[in-house]
Design a protein around this ligand. Structure first.
Ligand SMILES: [Zn+2]
Length: 309
């Protein structure tokens, strides 16, 4: 993940909790008094608070409890099938006349850009008689196939883009066993830097002065902290090659950012309207999460001295 979205669902918590408690009540009523069903009922009731409104750091405890009770074999398979009926994500994700669906939820998201790549918009339009509508895919941080009881849990829902959620990237990778950055709990630790592609020694000064053509520079992606999880995220979401395609825009932004403060003082004196840092970034600094490529643009502005580190 590039950006932390810990508060993405802040406006949806109340509505979603009512919905999910209702789904659990309905689902438990359908269970029989068989051994497996009784065990499922015990598990769900013992973990109901975490399933409905647990924080992201509480979810692994719930996973551990599930694995402790049901193991990894046939019993788990039976339990999983029953849990899929209670926590029915495909029903929730469908377009319907219901008052709370994945479309209503995604409309409440505070951020409308994919947090895994921070390249693609993830806006929502409710379907109606005229329009088919659209919404972003919802990635289950802990996969719903492995942990069906978390299939409707808000703190397990990551709105993201089709590509990041698709078979070439996250898809069924189990983040409970294969540690990656969690956009709800981890601090932002992936950063960007514009670098000249290796040049002859006599060209180094020119390269650092951004005096070579744009094709002589490449945007690099690096883990600055939390290295193991950050590098896993960089690899899974193929951020190095995806961001390489943004090198040209990064180069032209770098040229505006280099010597920005000094140049701006001269320009402000000569012009009757100021051109601010935000004009170049094309967003307000503290709103960088809400714009595609916002994070990389802030990194470039820092790299070239327009924003203090
Ligand atoms: Zn994405």
């Amino acid at each position: 993940m590039i950006i932390n979205i810990s508060d993405v669902w802040a406006d949806a918590v109340e509505h979603h909790s009512i919905f999910l408690n209702g789904e659990i009540d309905k689902g438990l009523l359908e269970l029989s008094d068989s051994f497996v069903d009784a065990a499922i009922c015990d598990f769900v009731e013992a973990n109901r608070r975490v399933i409905v409104s647990g924080t992201p750091v509480e979810l692994p405890m719930c996973i551990e409890d599930f694995e402790g009770r049901f193991g990894g074999g046939f019993l788990r398979e039976c339990a999983s099938e029953r849990l899929k009926d209670i926590f029915n994500f495909s029903e929730f994700s469908k377009k319907s006349k219901k008052t709370w669906t994945a479309y209503h939820l995604c409309l409440q998201a505070k951020y409308k850009i994919c947090c895994y790549c921070h390249m693609v918009s993830t806006g929502t339009c409710l379907p109606d008689e005229d329009l088919k509508g659209y919404r972003p895919p919802i990635d289950h941080y802990y996969t719903k196939s492995d942990y069906p009881f978390l299939a409707l849990t808000l703190s397990n829902f990551i709105p993201c883009c089709e590509k990041c959620n698709g078979s070439q990237m996250k898809h069924a990778v189990d983040f409970a066993k294969n540690i990656h950055l969690n956009p709800f709990t981890d601090e932002e630790s992936i950063e960007f830097e514009l670098r000249p592609i290796v040049v002859a020694e006599e060209m180094v000064a020119k390269a650092l002065a951004l005096a070579l053509p744009s094709t002589s520079y490449r945007l690099s992606v690096e883990a600055k902290k939390n290295h193991a999880a950050s590098n896993a995220s960089i690899k899974t979401f193929q951020l190095k090659s995806r961001y390489e395609d943004y090198s040209t825009q990064a180069f032209y932004l770098a040229k505006k950012m280099k010597g920005y403060t000094a140049r701006q003082a001269m320009l402000d004196a000569a012009l009757d309207f100021p051109l601010t840092l935000e004009d170049h970034l094309e967003f307000e600094l503290d709103a960088y999460k809400s714009f595609p490529y916002g994070k990389v643009r802030v990194c470039i502005a820092k790299q070239y001295g327009a924003i203090p580190e």
